[in-house]
Every structure is written in structure tokens, then in C-alpha cells.
Design a protein. Structure first.
Ligand code: FAD
Ligand code: SF4
Length: 297
């Protein structure tokens, strides 16, 4: 018997599971993909992009223009695309939350939060993902309550030359915040689109799921959940996890809920649902999220 079933083990799912486990819940995490093998094989050309078995072509990203076709695949594996990502861990800027007319258009879509509400959760996500950075020289950096948990790695010689040239041009170069353990990283020539052979990349599988498993979270790989999208109104659960006593948290978002939002959802679902009992907040893909019982905020 589980208190909660988390669907998907990417950023969103891992952050939800982290909150639930911390609050003592019994958590089952379903993931449609498998663990990605590491070691030297991860450096081979066949370990990148659509050549890897983790690349699933049935993930419904549509390419509206350009690209190599109308449908784009994605990564289905424990840790989600974070296993293959480029480790760049920017926060959104304050103005990103105010709605860009060019993006929002007539859709009426708008962020339900402002940056200041999410700032503590950005800080928590950065600690969990062990981000190394320094935004002192970044003129666009948003307000932060604490520095990055780790300093950036020293610049390579070629990067120093780029910085010098950029400064000469009157630009303001700064370090990218990176989810990389610089004490272990050997600066190999594969990173973005490859899994890290030596687990120096602070991806979700390495940095979050393994510790969660050690704390009692059960993962079930190669399990595609039976939740289906159902128009605008909500999700219809199928399969064994439909029982009302089990709370469903969907981290299977098909791209896009930033970790702070998932952490914040865990802490404030009770308030955002208007203080009603049975707090249910529609997730972006219209599946229902009910993790308010473990809210510790
Ligand atoms: C090559 C690459 C490089 C990137 N580099 C960066 C970068 O440097 N910085 C950055 O900020 N972002 C980067 N991104 C984007 C980033 O990885 C995504 O935005 C992020 O992973 C989305 O997180 P999520 O939790 O919303 O969903 P995901 O991480 O996609 O997690 C969803 C998980 O749910 C699983 N799932 C889906 N449906 C089901 C189902 N029915 N049942 C069970 N499991 C299911 C999926 O397999 C997946 O593991 C990169 C992406 C790629 C592909
Ligand atoms: S060793 Fe460093 S550069 Fe290479 S994949 Fe791992 S984190 Fe990236």
C-alpha cells in the first residue's frame, strides 16, 4: 500500500517525491523508461540522441517549423532528460513571470506566481541539484537570498580568451550556473546529449533518485502509467493506481514544470486550492496533483 504514486522520474517527479519522502510518505515512483547504464559505453557515439535506447519517438513534441521532421522524440529513462541535459541551471528572471505578450498572445495564460514567491524554492532546488555558479557579473541576475551552493569551476584558457574579448567589446560575460560536480568532472568531450559516464553530472537520477531510493522510495521502471489526458477537465486514472486512497502526483509533464514550481506546489497546494479540503490543483498536463497532505510549509 502506497501513500503516493509519483508518475515520471524527471525533475518534477523527483521534487515531488523528495517532499513526500521527507514527510514520511510511502512513495512508489513509476517511470516508463529504465536506468541508463554508465561507464565507458556512455562515451560512445551511439550513446547520444536518437541512437540511445532511452530516446523515445512516441513522445508527442511537435515541430512547427524547421527541424528534421514534424515529430520530435524525447528521453524516457530514470531521471528523465536530465540524464542527457546540458547541466545549465538558470533561474527564470523576475520579468519572466509577468507575461510576455508575444508569447502569451490571446491565450490568457499567465504564471500564477511571481518570482519572489518561488525564490526560496529555487534556492532549495539549487541545493538539491548542487549547482555551481556565481552570478555576480550577470546584469540580468534575479534577486537571490543565498549564493549558489558551490563556486563555479575555473575557466579554461580558451574561455578566458573569450571573456577578455567580450569585456573589450563592452559585454558582461559571466559563468553559466552548472549542475556539475566539479570535484569529479574530468571535462570529457561529451556532456550535453550524453549521460555522464562517471556520474559527475548532477542529473536527477544520480543526485536525487538514488538518495530517494536509499530513503525508502520505491521505483518501478519500464512502467507506463495508465493516466490519460482527458480534455480540459482533469485526468482519468486507469490501472492499479486508480484507488482513491492513493494520491497521484504527475511529474510526467512532457517538458516544462521547473523544479521550484513543483517544490512550491508541494508546499502550498492547500493555499492555492482556496483552502478547501481535498485540494486538487490541475497540473499542466491536466493530471491531478494531490500532495497537500504532506505539506510542510
Ligand atoms: C539534450 C537535452 C539537453 C537539455 N539541456 C538543458 C539544460 O542545459 N538546462 C535546462 O534547464 N534544461 C535542459 N533541457 C530541458 C530539460 O531537460 C527539461 O526541461 C526537463 O527535463 C523537464 O522536466 P520535467 O520534470 O517537466 O519532465 P521530464 O524531465 O521530461 O520528466 C518526465 C518523466 O516522466 C516519464 N514519463 C512520461 N510519461 C510517463 C508515463 N505515462 N508513465 C510513466 N512515466 C512517464 C518520462 O520518461 C520522464 O522520465 C535539456 C533537454 C534535452 C533533451
Ligand atoms: S565528466 Fe564532466 S564534462 Fe564529462 S559528461 Fe561528466 S560532467 Fe559532463
Amino acid at each position: 500500500m502506497w501513500d503516493a504514486v509519483v508518475i515520471g522520474s524527471g525533475f518534477g517527479g523527483a521534487m515531488a517525491a523528495h517532499r513526500l519522502i521527507a514527510a514520511g510518505a510511502r512513495v512508489l515512483m513509476l517511470e516508463r523508461g529504465d536506468w541508463v547504464p554508465r561507464g565507458e559505453q556512455a562515451w560512445l557515439p551511439g550513446a547520444s540522441l536518437e541512437l540511445t535506447p532511452a530516446y523515445a519517438k512516441d513522445i508527442p513534441y511537435r515541430c512547427e517549423a524547421g527541424g528534421h521532421g514534424k515529430l520530435i522524440g524525447g528521453y524516457a529513462c530514470v531521471g528523465g532528460p536530465s540524464v542527457y541535459y546540458g547541466c545549465v541551471a538558470f533561474r527564470f528572471r523576475e520579468r519572466d513571470f509577468t507575461g510576455d505578450r508575444d508569447v502569451v498572445g490571446a491565450s490568457g495564460a499567465a504564471w500564477p506566481y511571481r518570482y519572489d514567491e518561488l525564490e526560496p524554492y529555487y534556492g532549495e532546488a539549487e541545493r538539491l541539484l548542487r549547482i555551481a555558479g556565481d552570478d555576480a557579473g550577470d546584469p540580468t541576475a534575479p534577486r537571490r537570498a543565498a549564493p549558489y551552493p558551490f563556486p563555479p569551476a575555473p575557466l579554461a584558457h580558451v574561455s578566458e580568451r573569450v571573456v577578455d574579448s567580450a569585456v573589450d567589446l563592452g559585454l558582461s560575460p559571466f559563468h553559466l550556473p552548472l549542475a556539475i560536480d566539479h570535484g569529479r568532472c574530468i571535462a570529457c568531450r561529451t556532456c550535453d546529449t550524453y549521460a555522464c559516464a562517471i556520474e559527475a553530472k548532477n542529473d536527477v537520477a544520480t543526485t536525487m533518485i538514488r538518495p530517494l531510493v536509499a530513503r525508502g522510495c520505491q521505483t518501478s521502471q519500464r512502467q507506463r502509467s495508465g493516466i490519460e489526458k482527458r480534455g480540459q477537465g482533469g485526468a482519468e486514472g486507469g490501472g492499479p493506481h486508480r484507488k482513491a486512497q492513493t494520491h497521484l502526483s504527475s511529474g510526467a509533464t512532457w517538458g516544462g514544470i521547473p523544479p521550484p514550481r513543483q517544490l512550491q506546489r508541494g508546499a502550498s497546494a492547500g493555499r492555492t486550492a482556496g483552502g478547501q479540503s481535498g485540494n486538487e490543483e490541475p497540473c499542466r498536463n491536466r493530471a491531478m496533483v494531490r500532495i497537500s497532505d504532506w505539506h510542510d510549509g
